[in-house]
Design a protein around this ligand. Structure first.
Ligand SMILES: NC(=O)c1ccc[n+]([C@@H]2O[C@H](COP(=O)([O-])OP(=O)(O)OC[C@H]3O[C@@H](n4cnc5c(N)ncnc54)[C@H](OP(=O)(O)O)[C@@H]3O)[C@@H](O)[C@H]2O)c1
Length: 303
């Protein structure tokens, strides 16, 4: 009771910024409403001034009383005010709201992951029994698709780079993963010049202090990565070799681009076990101006 130090509430600066912006927005809308009320009162006052009090009774333009023009000009100014608040106000546009939401969700996710790490450290989760063989994925409650492009001899990369450039394959990757979470190993992440737009990146590393750009979620295991994407109904595992190997155990679907040629490389996609994976779609793509090799888009699902 006595001498007890009062707790100072700690507000995340990010949330403080959001609150400040929300306050600004309320102020703007209030300003617009006040303008509307003043406009109504002002218009009535102008009409009374002219018709009842006779102010400027003889002033007319194009056979109309002056107050008509005054009200029209004021109405135009009021419309401009509405336009400024709702249309040109870029800093709080729909896109801005989406970005803010995205940032906030990622921040919360990072917090959840660090708490989860803490819990895992204190109470290690029981290891799954490695001798049990099953066709069922380890996480049967969720859809998880691996997306990969591989040569006939299962090569997927060399010197931490892709080997071929197939424009339609990149387009397909882009359209499938757009708006979703993409799970990848640290090396694959580092092979990108910058994070891919409109996707949430989950990077797996064993390093505790791995620094990644804002918005990128860093985790220490594939399990944590899957936890981080629980709210996405279609997350993607996008490589590379090490992560594909582990991902085979949890994936429910594979979107595979088979490049019909052999390549030399240093990273491989595992051979698919046909007892587990069933081909459900296959479309062939010829060689052309934009594509140096023939390839096929093949979809597999877990049997
Ligand atoms: N063709 C395709 O479709 C495709 C797609 C993606 C990538 N690629 C290619 O694949 C190559 C990269 O593959 P990669 O096998 O070398 O690397 P990778 O799988 O992208 O990343 C490996 C890294 O992931 C982390 N990691 C792996 N397993 C982990 C675990 N269980 N727990 C915690 N961290 C774990 C480790 O990071 P730390 O070392 O930081 O601990 C490890 O060094 C590149 O050539 C790339 O171009 C090809």
């Amino acid at each position: 009771m006595f001498g007890k130090k009062k707790d100072t509430p700690k507000i995340d600066p990010e949330q403080l910024r959001l609150i400040k912006n929300a306050e600004k927005r309320i102020k703007q809308k209030k300003g617009l409403f006040n303008h509307f009320v003043i406009f109504l009162i002002g218009s009535v006052a102008l009409i009374i001034a002219n018709t009842l009090l006779g102010i400027g009774k003889d002033i007319q333009f194009f056979e109309k009383d002056w107050f008509v023009y005054a009200i029209i000009i004021w109405a135009l100014l009021f419309l401009y005010h509405i336009f400024k608040v709702f249309v040109t106000n870029q800093f709080m546009s729909k896109e801005w709201e989406q970005n803010e939401l995205h940032r906030l969700v990622n921040k919360q996710q990072e917090k959840i992951n660090s708490l989860q790490k803490e819990v895992e450290k204190r109470t290690p989760l029981p290891q799954p029994n490695k001798t049990v063989k099953t066709n069922q994925p380890k996480s049967p409650h969720m859809e998880c698709t691996m997306i990969v492009a591989t040569s006939e001899n299962n090569v997927i990369g060399k010197d931490n780079q892709l080997i071929w450039h197939l424009s339609d394959d990149l387009k397909r990757f882009k359209s499938l993963t757009n708006g979703h979470h993409i799970i990848m190993g640290r090396k694959t992440f580092e092979s990108f010049p910058k994070p891919l737009p409109n996707r949430t990146h989950i990077v797996i590393t064993r390093q505790d202090d791995y620094q990644a750009p804002e918005g990128v979620i860093v985790v220490n295991s594939l399990d944590s990565a899957l936890n981080a994407v629980k709210n996405d109904d279609q997350p993607y595992i996008i490589g590379g070799g090490e992560i594909y190997k582990q991902g085979l155990e949890v994936a429910t679907k594979i979107e595979l681009t088979r490049v019909h040629a052999d390549f030399e490389g240093d990273t491989y996609f595992p051979e698919l076990n046909k007892d587990i994976w069933k081909e459900i779609d296959n479309s062939f793509h010829k060689k052309d101006d934009k594509h140096d090799y023939e390839f096929s888009f093949i979809t597999y699902v877990r049997k």
